[in-house]
Structure formats: C-alpha cells, structure tokens
Design a protein around this ligand. Structure first.
Ligand code: NMX
Ligand code: MLT
Length: 440
C-alpha cells in the first residue's frame, strides 16, 4: 500500500524537521522534576519519552491522535451493515495522523490479506510446545518464529543507511500485523479445539476474518472484535507493553523481537493478563457464594475477602487513569445495545457499583475505578468464548496496531537507544548525607 507509506514518509519528514528545531530552541526546558520516591515507585508521573500515536489524560482517558473512542466509532469507516470502527482504520490513523476514507481502509485491508502468509516453520514451532502451555506463551513463540522473515534484520545485516531503517520497520510491522490473526487463531484452535484450524476467508475484514478463524462466525462477535481490536490498540507510551516494545526497538531489535518482548509484558497479571484474572475471579466468586447472580451485599463481602487475603481486585485501579476507563464505558455501551440482560454482564455492572467505594475507603488506592479489563471478558463469554486464559492474546493482537505504528515513527524520527540512569540505595543514602551526588 504505497499511498499510506508515502503519506507516512511525508509526515515523518515534516515532523522530524520540526522536532530538530524544537530541540535546538527549547531542548534545555524542564518538563518536571524527579522525586526520590518516584525512582523507587515505578517512575509514576515521570514524563520521559515521546510516543506519537496516542495520549492519555488521567481524567478523560485515551485519545488516539486526538480522537476519543466515541469519536472513532463515529468517524472511522465501518464494515457493511456494522456500527463499530474497523481496526484497519485505526491503524491508518495512528500511523498517518489522518482519518482514512472507506477506500483507504479497503486498500489497507487488501494489503494485509496479501501479506498474511506465514513462513512454513511457524506453526510447527508452536507445535513443539505442550498443548496446554499458556496461550500467551504459544502466541509469543509464534511471533518469535516469524522473526526469521524480518526484512529489517536482513537489511541491517547488509548495512543499509540508517535513514532507511523506518522503511524496513514499516514492512516488518505491516507483515507482522497481517499475520498475527492466523497465529493467534492457531493457538486458540490448537489449545481448545483439538487443532482443528479454520482457513481464512479472504473477503472479510481483518477483525471479522480473525473471528472466523477462531470459529465465531456470528455478526455480533465480529462487531465485538472490531470494537475490541480498536480500543485495546494503544494507551500512550508508558504502559508496560508499549514501553517494552519501544525500549527493545530502541536497540534496533527488529519489530518481531521488540513486539514479542512487549507481549511478554502484556502477559503479566497487573497488565494485560488482568482480563483473564477478572473472569477467573468472578467465576470463583460465583462458586464460593453458590449463585451466578450474586447480590451487591454478597459481592461486597467477596471483595473484602479478596483484599484481606492480600490480593488485588482485578480490573480495578490504574497507574495513570483517575476515572472510569472510557474503554470500560465503550464496552458497557456495547453490552447495553447487544446483551442488556446477560447475567454475567449484569454482575460486572453490579461489581462496578460495589467495588469503587470499598477501594476508596482503604485510603491508599489512587484510582478505585474500573479499567478496560473489568468488562471485556463478560462480552467474550456472552458469545461463547469461555476459555478465559486466551483473552490476553486478543489484547495482544490489538496492541500490535499501536506499538508497531509507534515503532515505525520511532525509527523514522531517528530516536536513539533508550538508556535511563539508575542509582543504588547506597548512593541514595550517601547523597542524603551530603557525601555524594545522585549521578546524572
Ligand atoms: N485492588 C487492591 N489493591 C489495589 C488495587 C486493586 N485493584 N489497585 C491498587 N491497589 C493497591 C496497590 O497494590 C498498592 O498497594 P501497596 O501500597 O500495599 O503496595 C496501593 O493500592 C497503591 O496503588 P496505586 O498507586 O493506586 O496503583 P499502582 O499505580 O501502583 O498500580 C495497578 C496500578 C493497575 C497495577 C493496580 O491498580 C492493580 O494492581 N490493579 C489490579 C490489576 C489490574 O486490573 N490491572 C490491569 C491494568 C490495565 N491493563 O490492562 O493493563
Ligand atoms: C494499557 O492499556 O496499557 C493499560 O491500561 C495499562 C496502562 O496504560 O498503564
């Protein structure tokens, strides 16, 4: 798809020149200061990187290139008869900064279809793992196996000019995104359906074809996938999966290596694995209480027990957000439209009424509100995808759109190796006594 690549190049050249001037004129301006506690406490609130594709406001939530989720639902092209945005459109927007037309999206969809050819060894590499290996392990293994096809790695070994890096990273990113649904669907069918795979259907859009290969051909699930794969794509640069992809990419590791690294971060329970943890937690609650429709009082008691057992309430809290995640709200709207009487969805809504005041009452949790993961599982279960250990793979397929678009930008803008400074507590203690400096 030369049009998108050329558009990107023109935009990147213009922004690159602007950034040069900004750094020259304002490079010594302070963006904040670092407190000692921040160095010990996960670097919260330190602004230390540039990531072009999206920006998170603590109260409003995510904007993708300036657009909120409801705006994207209205402005991005839809499938015929559908109402949810096509993820192809979101990728076009993230990469170029421009809203695509219907034909831009159709062209991108067709381009990804052409690229969606897996090297022969990829599925065999996944097959070397036990069938019951966690789906994220199988997914990342598939991504790593595809690395043999990296154009960037090959060109780098040949000694290309650094000005051209972005072009090969673009090609790798497009190939990787095009191929991910087949790898992800393979993992699902292998783990849960005896390895009976389903061939791609070439006339479907990226999300609908993924749904089809997973084995879900209903219109409702396809619409859900379009929404799901759009809203999980990006959450500015500091989250674990985006930051890891960015960091590893800064070493000029190719997009396969850096995306796989990001996915290993997404597989952590405080990050993307929280979507499986939410459903697991709700099912355990139902079992322990003995009903699939617990009352608010029963939920309250179970939340208190979770906390007194020293565990987190999955799906609640956030490192940056301080209000209900608009991705939670978008999913709640989808549920109101398509499944308002689903008992599990109703339980998710009751948990939403119950949990925040309890978390608030502890006095230490900065954000008692639900995040994206609090709702997603109930929607998937509604359509019959009950294998919750798989859910993070869906998150990962979506996250590729954001972190890989950002990676193309990072190479086009010539961002250097990322390497922040660290200190030791010995150094900190000496600094506090005035005997040493904290080295910059
Ligand atoms: N349940 C119980 N305790 C919590 C929760 C929660 N949902 N959220 C925060 N806390 C605790 C936290 O563990 C910490 O305790 P302590 O001081 O004893 O170590 C204290 O509250 C202060 O934490 P915060 O500063 O509010 O949160 P932080 O920025 O450190 O962590 C999360 C953010 C997202 C890791 C945290 O809220 C959490 O563990 N949530 C549950 C897991 C989850 O839903 N993760 C998904 C995030 C979204 N995503 O997809 O990535
Ligand atoms: C994400 O989507 O990456 C999560 O909400 C976590 C984050 O932003 O830190």
């Amino acid at each position: 798809m030369e049009k998108l690549k050329n558009l990107f190049k023109a935009k990147a050249d213009a922004l690159g020149a602007e950034i040069k001037d900004i750094i020259k004129e304002h490079g010594t301006k302070k963006m904040g200061e670092v407190q000692l506690a921040q160095a010990y406490q996960g670097m919260r609130g330190i602004t230390g990187m540039v990531y072009e594709t999206s920006l998170l406001d603590a109260n409003e939530g995510i904007r993708f290139r300036g657009f909120t989720i409801p705006e994207l639902q209205a402005k991005l092209p839809h499938a015929k008869g559908g109402q949810e945005p096509l993820p192809e459109g979101l990728f076009y927007l993230l990469l170029s900064g421009e809203l695509p037309s219907e034909s831009d999206v159709a062209e991108l969809s067709a381009d990804w279809k052409k690229r969606a050819v897996l090297p022969a060894h990829v599925l065999k590499t996944i097959d070397a793992l036990p069938k019951d290996a966690h789906p994220m392990t199988q997914f990342v293994t598939g991504v790593m196996a595809m690395q043999t096809d990296s154009i960037f790695a090959k060109k780098y070994a040949e000694g290309v000019n650094k000005k051209d890096y972005w072009s090969f990273v673009y090609e790798d990113s497009m190939n990787l995104i095009a191929r991910l649904p087949e790898v992800a669907a393979y993992v699902y069918r292998r783990r849960y359906h005896g390895g009976k795979t389903i061939a791609p259907q070439k006339d479907l859009d990226w999300a609908a074809n993924f749904a089809h290969m997973l084995g879900f051909d209903g219109d409702g699930f396809k619409e859900l996938m379009r929404l799901y794969l759009t809203i999980h794509a990006d959450h500015e640069g500091g989250n674990v999966s985006a930051h890891t992809t960015h960091l590893v990419g800064s070493a000029l590791s190719d997009p396969y290596l850096s995306f796989a690294a990001g996915m290993n971060g997404l597989a952590g329970p405080l990050h993307g694995l929280a979507n499986q943890e939410v459903v697991k937690w709700i099912l355990e609650m139902q079992k322990s209480i003995g009903t699939d429709q617990p009352s608010k009082e029963q939920i309250e008691a179970y939340v208190k027990k979770t906390l007194s057992d020293g565990k987190v309430v999955p799906g609640y809290g956030h490192a940056v957000l301080r209000k209900t995640d608009p991705r939670f709200s978008a999913q709640a709207e989808f549920a109101k439209k398509h499944m308002p009487n689903d008992p599990l969805v109703n339980t998710v809504w009751k948990i939403f009424e119950t949990v925040p005041p309890i978390l608030q009452s502890l006095g230490k949790i900065k954000n008692p509100w639900p995040n994206v993961d609090a709702h997603s599982g109930a929607l998937l279960l509604h359509y019959g995808m009950k294998e919750y250990e798989y859910y993070t793979v869906l998150f990962g397929v979506s996250r590729a759109l954001g972190v890989l678009a950002a990676q193309v930008w990072s190479r086009a803008l010539g961002f250097p190796l990322e390497r922040p400074k660290s200190v030791t507590t010995e150094n900190v203690k000496a600094w506090l006594k005035g005997q040493d400096e904290v080295w910059e």
